[in-house]
Design a protein around this ligand. Structure first.
Ligand code: ZN
Length: 323
């Protein structure tokens, strides 16, 4: 009697579970999310924004990590082996991973998202002949092409998610448009003579081209080669001659050379200050506003503008900087 009752209760429970399963929406019933491994934080953010809750994204490179010299670790290889797809930036940004990815592409979905950008929108790479400058994220309007590429690749991997990916991409692309408009306005408030950006390495050429700023990096487009004494001396002379008062450090590059510039200019009687820390090749900490693409570029636009005597709200476009 007791047994019989237990059986019927269990049967009832099983029936209830089945009923719940049958009323679940197709998306919620989906057993396994798409898993994507991305190289840089910027690529990971583009995939997260478009993928929404249908995609699990793991970024290999965290805050402060320099992609030009990054090599895959054992746990990276394991994550990539288990993922449905690997998205990287390309354009020789991840120079040390390129061979590995070309090999992995024979067995897996491996896509270099920035390689999809029209070549006539790319700048040449002064360090390597026949290569392009990879730092396209510095121009938000150019970055939209990478977000669109992420959307198209996700639709190929998960056709059922097409409508969701398109809606997410539209929303994010509109956010990037607002960011681009904010940047236009902010950078235009900087006095023309002050529109010079001196940084640790040449990550800002797309920014310079988009906004009419002169950019000078102590190291070249890649951080692989060291800056020479002569380069430092030349830049000190530029700072002194043109009375440039602020230069910038980068979160993913050592500030040693920037300090050498400040000392060199000081020895010649010209005071230069650090205008702030910019996110060049890596975003801020995960979970913070600066740990997203929008926050990263908002931070840069706001810090550059304010340090060079332009006008921008201290908390940036969305009033979220530093929060
Ligand atoms: Zn770089």
């Amino acid at each position: 009697m007791f047994d019989k009752m237990r059986r019927s209760v269990l049967a009832g429970m099983a029936g209830a579970v089945l009923a719940v399963a049958m009323t679940m929406t197709p998306a919620a019933a989906q057993e396994k999310k798409l898993t994507v491994v991305a190289t840089t934080g910027m690529i990971a953010d583009a995939v997260r924004q478009v993928g929404g809750d249908r995609v699990d994204v793991k970024a290999l490179m965290g805050p402060g990590v320099d992609p030009h010299v990054y090599r895959q670790t054992r746990s990276d290889i394991a994550a990539m082996a288990n993922a449905d797809a690997v998205f990287w930036h390309g354009l020789y940004l991840e120079a040390q991973l390129e061979e590995f990815f070309h090999d992995l592409a024979k067995r897996k979905n491996v896509v270099a998202l920035a390689e999809s950008l029209p070549k006539d929108q790319l700048l040449p790479n002064e360090d390597y002949e026949n290569r392009y400058d990879p730092h396209v994220w510095m121009n938000p309007r150019l970055w939209k092409g990478v977000v669109a590429a992420a959307r198209d690749e996700l639709i190929k991997l998960d056709p059922d998610g097409k409508a969701a990916f398109e809606a997410n991409a539209d929303r994010h692309l509109a956010e990037i448009d607002a960011l681009a408009d904010y940047s236009d306005k902010a950078f235009a408030t900087v006095p023309e003579a002050s529109r010079v950006l001196v940084t640790a390495h040449d990550a800002f050429n797309y920014f310079g081209k988009a906004y009419g700023y002169e950019v000078m990096g102590i190291q070249g487009i890649s951080t692989e080669s060291e800056a020479g004494l002569k380069q430092i001396e030349d830049l000190v002379n530029v700072l002194v001659d043109r009375k440039i008062g602020a230069i910038f450090v980068e979160s993913s590059v050592s500030d040693r050379n920037i300090k050498a510039l400040i000392e060199g200019a000081g020895a010649k009687g010209h005071k230069v200050v650090i205008g702030g820390e910019l996110f060049s090749d890596a975003m801020g900490a995960p979970g913070t506003y600066e740990g997203t693409y929008i926050g990263m570029i908002d931070h840069n636009a706001t810090v550059i503008t304010r340090a060079l005597d332009g006008e921008a709200p201290e908390k940036g476009l969305n009033s979220k900087l530093g929060s």
